[in-house]
Design a protein around this ligand. Sequence first.
Ligand code: DOR
Ligand code: ZN
Length: 356
Amino acid sequence: MQQCARHVLRMTDTLTFRRPDDWHLHLRDGDMLRAVAPVTAAHFARAIVMPNLVPPVVCGEDAAAYRDRILASLPAGSSFEPLMTLYLTETTDADDVAAAAASGLVKAVKLYPAGATTNSASGVRDFDKVRAVLERMAEVGLPLCVHGEVTDPDIDIFDREAVFIDRVLDPLRRATPGLRCVLEHITTSNGIDYVKSAADGLGGTITAHHLIINRNHLLVGGIRPHYYCLPVAKREEHRLALRAAAVSGDARFFLGTDSAPHADAAKETGCGCAGCFTAPNTMSCLAHVFEEESALEKLEAFASLNGPLFYGLPANDDTITLQKDNEPVVYPAKIETGEGPLTVFDPGFDLYWRVA
Ligand code: DOR
Ligand code: ZN
């Protein structure tokens, strides 16, 4: 710790810990990929890359080609490692999945209930049709990343996560013992409680934005399209439950940003896409939240240790340093992409922690 040379202001705080990974990320393709991949690679060592492209990444061959396109989008000398996933469809081939896992190319399979979110039309309607693949995944130890929302039009959007756990996830896990699952981007206390109820084989990712916004931020005083994501932010009591889990150090919870870029034109329209682009300021937001919760010492577990532990991978050897400044960190409000401007997540308050 050192004092500012000229003025005796606050002491400079720094925090150094193992480099974080992002266990749930959308990198897209083409121009958007080229714009956003370097942003994540600037802070994170690895990321579980979502397969919901158009068309989706459904087989090992697709994943290998997509991985090459990601690597080609990184700045020269970047050591960022994309961890590839396959998109589970009702025609996914268990042998292809097992081979892609055995080769080390694919680290997880993603389950989208058909129609639940962006580019999920090829997802699963009839879970009996994917039973053989899930059983093979359990055998080979390949995790299933789960978008946990039902699509039943009779279920209110704010209840869709809780109902999914009861109707789909719990029965699926009981029917496939040994299948390792990640309940992704948890938004409710129900999700937190469910992950805590499992002794083994179930993890949960939490985004930075769900630690910061509740549904009032999205809807009160005008609709904020850049706060619209899926699962949608819930009531305050749920946000507080997410915060408690994230800062607890509990190894079952880890960072998955769900940074999901959509160009402004696709967000600021009559039927806007779901997704918050948080890649530039996730680490600043997290440090802010963990400091508010008097838990800065738990940030490393959440962002850098618990995820690799779940996936059976080593934690990163190198480190990241966060520095707390006296002046707010200046992030661009938007970044330019080949698809047009892309708005960066605005937490609604100044951030003082920056990546050194
Ligand atoms: O907000 C979201 N955006 N949630 C998802 O599940 C998908 C993602 C996307 O791909 O845009
Ligand atoms: Zn996502």
